[in-house]
Design a protein around this ligand. Sequence first.
Ligand SMILES: Cc1ncc(COP(=O)(O)O)c(C=O)c1O
Length: 369
Amino acid sequence: MRIAEPVVDEDDVRAVVEALQSGVLTGGRYTVEFEREFAKYIGVRHAVTVVNGTLALIAALYALGVREGDEVIVPCFSFIATANAVIALGARPVFADIELETYNIDPASVENLVSRRTKAIIAVHLYGHMADVERLKKIAEEEGITLIEDAAQAHGAEYKGVKAGAWGDAAAFSFYATKNMTMGEGGAVTTNRDDVAWKVKMLRDHGQEEKYLHVTFGVNLRITSMQAALGLAQLRKLDALNEARRRNAQLLNEGLRDTGLILPVEKPGYRHVYHQYVVRVDPEEVGLTRDELAERLRRLGVETAVHYPRAIPDQPLYRSLGYPPAEKICPNAATAARQVLSLPVHPKLERSDVEYVIKAVRRALGQEG
Ligand SMILES: Cc1ncc(COP(=O)(O)O)c(C=O)c1O
């Protein structure tokens, strides 16, 4: 049982081949149409595609004016790209702790970290459950700073009926191979701000307002027509794919309810899209460590993964930059890094596959029968 598998069907294949045969391999109608449809789906004025999610974050920060010497508050616990995007602009990531319930940035921790230098907060919607955007937005507004969503794992996630990607001044999406929808590689910035959309477009295409008229700084962050066509085909089935993830998560929740594992929650008002189904393994509760459970599951043919085995400040890069250990500055993130385990939840799993995962987990925990 694999931990992640992209869903690529005949419709996707046809879309890519059609784009390939269209004679316009980049910069054509496929990109325009994808951006229109994705913006409509998220519920924002603009979606601007770029080559991947990391560059979507960098472009969003850049467009919001983050520069050398600025501080950006980011969660201690995320994929490294969230923090590295800040470093790419010469700014300094300031690490906030997470809430253990959802693994997302804790607004109370953010409040304590705002300084004169703070320019922005990045809220990561980890595993497909949105961060507490309402409180974060309020903090950002009160402090006169910007809110950026890292929605790389949250296509279609919602809070109060408003989608991830529509809450902040800007949001970054990834369309990497294993995301809830994919282009193979790809990314997008969504925003309601015309100025931000314009700056991202300029950064993406050499600052050209017209051909060979370079009005501002830019590089090349463009995607191909084939990526855009694949994105369009994937977007059409995103809701169905997310529903399949939610169904699988529901089965896992029911099957693992009384095992002692700490199961993922969907807080009231939120729509979780289960990019990952993540349990927490507390050895005091279940009598074995996360790594022991993972090894037993591997032997039973169930692939698992750890997202992520180190809090970002504990990565060698951040240690070398002088950050203190996560245990000191974000103890919840340190606990999560020790205890989280992702189980298979992807849409290709049949009901019987999920039932097998449940049986295997119970067996690994010595609880079968
Ligand atoms: C939370 C988060 N942020 C950023 C990224 C970066 O996206 P990409 O791999 O498309 O550069 C990813 C995914 O890989 C991610 O999971």
